[in-house]
Design a protein around this ligand. Structure first.
Ligand code: HEM
Ligand SMILES: *[C@@H]1O[C@H](CO)[C@@H](O)[C@H](O)[C@H]1NC(C)=O
Ligand SMILES: *[C@@H]1O[C@H](CO)[C@@H](O)[C@H](O)[C@H]1NC(C)=O
Ligand SMILES: *[C@@H]1O[C@H](CO)[C@@H](O)[C@H](O)[C@H]1NC(C)=O
Ligand SMILES: *[C@@H]1O[C@H](CO)[C@@H](O)[C@H](O)[C@H]1NC(C)=O
Ligand SMILES: *[C@@H]1O[C@H](CO)[C@@H](O)[C@H](O)[C@H]1NC(C)=O
Length: 356
């Protein structure tokens, strides 16, 4: 049993782990330079090998990092197949299942890194490196990734449903959701440009071309009629979440990270309702036009926005753990100090006040 003093210390540690500014300030480029100098090389090799077999995996890894960071912060919670507290995990949530991909690439990278430097490199950092390498492979853009993230121990389906923006969001809802993750409207528009790579299942856009699951054709106001006809021919009216049909979001060049996303929008070829919202809103549309006109500008700012996204609510230092297997939390005997599941109310009852 913990002593009262021990309990208070643990609670204080928990409060400190929850201070976001403190935590993100501790991420560092070259974090593993001394403890695992080849970590980033090993991750890059795993991503390159997977990319050679299936170029679409790059898009999968970029999205995996986004879906990690928006739910409980960039803590690799999206990778867990089991929540120690029970219940369905983020991976089971409709925004992630069945569309999210790239898990096996992270597992391969983790296996290589563990062999070289056991129990040192977090899954959350591996994911951030892998997303960067995917940007490099598809867009010929390199950016240094500040690292030192620690892995979380909780993954809940409901957190994914509540925090990931759905493709039915309006411009204002998109702005608000990104703002809640400390990203501004321009960063939202910049990061949406990731839809220049990858694919989507029918379920995410079918309601723009078929009326509410019936065989009555419609054309969403933001879609060009010819593009809508293509999508209607591809996706059955009775599409469900698991209908195994996908389409490229940037039809010509689905494995090239370019600024074509912004050029497609004014042509009524943004695949999602949410994509088209970027041109419905005048402020956002001005940004769309700027990024459509200058790819260098977009790539520079996209890289910076990826780095900023990678800082969302990270745990660092002695908070969280370095998972040994990215799919499951460590057995408690091998875990380091973990964030106890105290609510703020619990902490107040214990009379612990965070100072900074
Ligand atoms: C702005 C709000 C966003 C919405 C509403 C949104 C929505 C979606 C949806 C519905 C899909 C298709 C899922 C399916 O297959 O059914 C998708 C795919 C994708 N998204 Fe987003 N997304 C957003 C922002 C982002 C951001 C910030 C990134 C990364 C920086 C991103 C990267 C991707 C990528 C790369 C894919 C393709 C995945 C693959 O091919 O496996 N998205 N997104
Ligand atoms: C985001 O929303 C959550 C839940 O409403 C809130 O607790 C949190 O403070 C918000 N974060 C930011 C940065 O706005
Ligand atoms: C759409 O269809 C579902 C069932 O298929 C029905 O419950 C719902 O009311 C319909 N919505 C509209 C707006 O017609
Ligand atoms: C969709 O409708 C088609 C023809 O109307 C039918 O053959 C098929 O079984 C339906 N699929 C689902 C998933 O309901
Ligand atoms: C495009 O953006 C780059 C990077 O910000 C800038 O150096 C360049 O001058 C811009 N090009 C044009 C034509 O505005
Ligand atoms: C990681 O854990 C999963 C789930 O328990 C298991 O299937 C997998 O084999 C483990 N991977 C390694 C490398 O131990």
């Amino acid at each position: 049993m913990a002593t009262p003093h021990g309990t208070a210390a643990l609670a204080l540690a928990a409060v400190l782990c929850l201070l976001p500014a403190l935590a993100s300030a501790q991420l560092k480029v070259g974090f593993y330079q001394k403890t695992c100098p080849n970590a980033e090389t090993l991750v890059r090799q795993a991503v390159s090998a997977a990319f050679a077999k299936n170029a679409g995996i790059a898009a999968g890894l970029i999205r995996l990092h986004f879906h990690d960071c928006f739910v409980r912060g960039c803590d690799a919670s999206v990778l867990l197949t089991v929540n120690p507290g029970g219940g369905r995990t983020e991976r089971d949530a409709p925004p992630n299942n069945p569309s999210l991909r790239g898990f096996e690439v992270i597992d391969a990278a983790k296996a290589a890194v563990e062999q070289s430097c056991p129990s040192t490199v977090s899954c959350a950092d591996i994911l951030a490196f892998a997303a960067r390498d995917s940007v490099t492979l598809t867009g010929n853009v390199f950016y240094p990734v500040p690292a030192g993230r620690r892995d979380g121990s909780v993954s809940k389906e409901l957190d994914a449903n509540a925090n990931l923006p759905p493709p039915t969001f309006t411009a204002q809802q998109l702005i608000d959701r990104f703002k809640n993750k400390s990203l501004n409207a321009e960063e939202m528009v910049l990061l949406s440009g990731a839809h220049t790579v990858g694919r989507s299942f029918c379920a995410s856009f079918v309601d723009r071309v078929w009326k509410n699951g019936t065989n009555t054709p419609i054309v969403d106001a933001g879609l060009s009629p010819s593009y809508a006809a293509l999508l209607r021919a591809l996706c059955p009216f009775n599409t469900t979440q698991t209908t195994p049909i996908t389409t490229a979001m940037d039809p010509g060049t689905l494995n090239v990270l370019d600024n074509n996303y912004y050029k497609l929008l004014p042509r009524g070829m943004g695949l999602f309702f949410s994509d088209n919202q970027l041109r419905v809103d005048a402020n956002l549309n001005a940004m769309v036009n700027r990024f459509a006109a200058n790819e260098t500008l977009w790539k520079e700012r996209f890289a910076a926005a990826m780095v900023k996204m990678g800082r969302i609510q990270v745990q660092t230092g002695r908070c969280g753990q370095v998972r040994l297997n990215c799919s499951v939390v460590n057995p408690s005997s091998s875990s380091s100090i973990e964030l106890p599941s105290l609510s703020l109310a619990d902490e107040e009852q214990e009379g612990v006040v965070a100072t900074s």
